[in-house]
Design a protein around this ligand. Structure first.
Ligand SMILES: *Cc1c(COP(=O)(O)O)cnc(C)c1O
Length: 425
C-alpha cells in the first residue's frame, strides 16, 4: 500500500504527534530545513541558558564555582552521567560525561585491551568511522604489535551493512577485544548489540560499542546486555554543541579497575585534593576521567538532557522510526525514477536514525539542496544522509525535503554545481 502523498497527510501526522511541542524549544536556522542533526544537533533554549548560567557562575563565584555554582563544576561530570544513564540503560555509577569519542576510546583500549599469549587480536568492522580505527591501530602499535596482523576487520558483502553472523564467525580464541559501532555512520544499520555481546562473552572476549549514532535516538540496555564498555559523543543527537563533551560507560563488573590513562580527575573525589602522588582511583566510571572537565563544553547538556528526560527515549525512537519510514515511503514514490537508491536497512529493528540515499551525483545534489534551503549531509563518494530529528523535525519538513529534492532532479538544477566534496562534508 502506498503512503498518502498530499501535504495534508503530513500535517495530520504532525497534529497527532505528542512530541510536536518540543520543536519550539530549538533554534532552527531560518528559512531552512535542518536534516543534519546526526552530525551536529541544534541548539535548544534550555542548553543555551544552562551555558549562560555557567558563565554567570564564573562571573559571580570565580574559583568558588567548583563548589558554589548552581550545578557545582566539581560534580558536573558525575551529575551529567546520571542524567545520561537512562538513555543507555546503565546504572548511574557506570556512566560519566568526559572526553571525546576518540580520547575515550584510547582510555577504554588502554584499560581493557590486555593482549596475552595467543589472545592478542582486536576485532572491528570494515565500515566504521576512521577515527575508531586510527585509535585501535595506535594502541596496537603502543603494544609493539603490527596492525596488519593484529587488527581483524569484518568485511561487508554489500559495501553498506555488516552481517552479524560474519562478526560472530570471526570471534576466534585469538581475539582479545571487539569494538563495533551500534549504528554504522553511513548506511545507518543498527547492529544487534545483545546478540553480538552474548556471542563475544561465550568466547571470553571483552566487547565495547561506539554509540555515536544511537545515543539520543535509540534506547539501549547496556547493563542488562552485559556490554563491557561504550563511548559516545554528545554533539550529534544529544545537541550539546560543536565540540561538546562526550561520555563513556563501563559495566559494573569492571568498576574498581585501574584506568589505563590516569590523571588527577580519576581520583576518588573526597581525596583528590589531598594531592597524594599515589592515585586512589574512583570506584565508579568517574575513574576513567583524566584532567579538568571542560565546563563550558558540557554545561549545555544540563539543559539538553532535561529535554530527553521529559520526552522519553522510547517516544523519541518511536517518532524517529515514523519519520524515517515516511521519508523512505515518499522517496519510493517520488525519487526512485531519478536514480536514487535507499541504502539503509528497511526493517525497524535494523535501522538507526537517518536515511541513506545513494546517487552517483550525490555531491552536487547536496549542494543544490543547500542552496534550496535544505541542510543534508554528504559522505563521499555517493551518499546523502538525511536525518529527521524527533525533537525538532516535523512530518511536514520531511514532505518538503522530498518535494524540493524532486524539483531539483526534475529541473536538473544540480547540474550547475561540480560533483566533488567541500572541505567539510
Ligand atoms: C562522530 C564520530 C566520531 C567522532 O569522534 P570524536 O572523537 O568525537 O571527534 C567517532 N566515531 C564515530 C563512529 C562517529 O560517528
Amino acid at each position: 500500500m502506498s503512503v498518502p502523498q498530499s501535504i495534508y497527510h503530513a500535517k495530520e501526522l504532525d497534529r497527532n504527534d505528542h512530541l510536536n511541542g518540543f520543536k519550539d524549544e530549538f533554534y532552527t536556522p531560518e528559512h531552512s530545513i535542518y536534516m543534519d542533526g546526526n552530525s551536529l544537533g541544534l541548539l535548544s533554549k534550555r542548553a543555551e541558558s544552562a551555558l549562560l548560567q555557567s558563565m554567570e557562575d564564573w562571573k559571580t563565584h570565580g574559583i568558588n564555582g567548583w563548589t558554589d555554582a548552581k550545578q557545582p563544576w566539581f560534580y558536573m561530570a558525575e551529575e551529567l552521567g546520571k542524567m545520561t544513564a537512562p538513555l543507555i540503560g546503565a546504572k548511574e555509577e557506570e556512566t560519566i560525561t568526559t572526553g571525546s569519542i576518540t580520547t575515550n576510546l584510547h582510555q577504554m583500549l588502554s584499560t581493557f585491551y590486555k593482549p596475552q599469549g595467543s589472545k592478542m587480536k582486536i576485532l572491528a568492522d570494515s565500515l566504521t568511522f576512521p577515527s575508531d580505527i586510527y585509535a585501535i591501530k595506535a594502541q596496537l602499535e603502543l603494544h609493539g604489535l603490527d596492525p596488519e596482523e593484529h587488527l581483524i576487520q569484518v568485511n561487508s558483502s554489500d559495501g553498506r551493512t555488516i552481517n552479524e553472523d560474519d562478526i560472530i564467525n570471526k570471534m576466534t580464541c585469538e581475539v582479545a577485544l571487539i569494538l563495533l559501532p551500534s549504528v554504522l555512520y553511513r548506511s545507518g544499520q543498527l547492529l544487534d548489540i545483545k546478540k553480538i555481546t552474548k556471542a563475544a562473552h561465550e568466547k571470553d572476549i571483552v566487547i565495547g560499542f561506539d554509540l555515536a549514532h544511537s545515543i539520543g535516538v535509540i534506547p539501549h540496555d547496556l547493563h542488562e546486555w552485559g556490554v563491557d564498555f561504550a563511548v559516545w559523543c554528545t554533539y550529534k543527537y544529544l545537541n550539546s554543541g560543536p565540540g561538546g563533551v562526550g561520555g563513556l560507560y563501563v559495566h559494573e563488573k569492571h568498576l574498581g579497575q585501574k584506568p589505563g590513562l590516569a590523571g588527577w580527575f580519576s581520583s576518588k573525589k573526597d581525596v583528590q585534593f589531598d594531592m597524594s602522588h599515589d592515585l586512589d582511583h574512583a570506584q565508579s566510571a568517574g575513574a576513567f576521567q583524566i584532567g579538568t572537565p571542560h565546563i563550558f563544553s558540557m554545561s549545555t547538556l544540563i539543559g539538553s538532557l532535561e529535554i530527553f528526560s521529559e520526552a522519553g527515549i522510547h517516544h523519541i525512537r518511536e517518532k524517529s522510526l515514523k519519520l524515517t519510514r515516511y521519508l523512505m515511503d515518499l522517496t519510493n514514490e517520488k525519487l526512485l525514477d531519478y536514480g536514487f537508491t535507499i541504502a539503509n536497512p528497511n526493517e525497524d529493528h535494523r535501522r538507526g536514525g537517518h536515511v541513506c540515499l545513494e546517487h552517483p551525483e550525490a555531491a552536487r545534489i547536496c549542494k543544490a539542496l543547500k542552496n534550496s534551503g535544505v541542510v543534508p549531509d554528504f559522505r563521499a563518494p555517493n551518499v546523502i544522509r538525511l536525518a529527521p530529528i524527533a525533537l525538532y523535525t516535523s512530518f511536514e519538513d520531511v514532505w518538503n525535503v522530498v518535494h524540493i529534492l524532486e524539483e531539483i532532479m526534475d529541473s536538473k538544477k544540480y547540474e550547475q554545481y561540480s560533483n566533488n566534496r567541500n572541505i567539510i562534508a
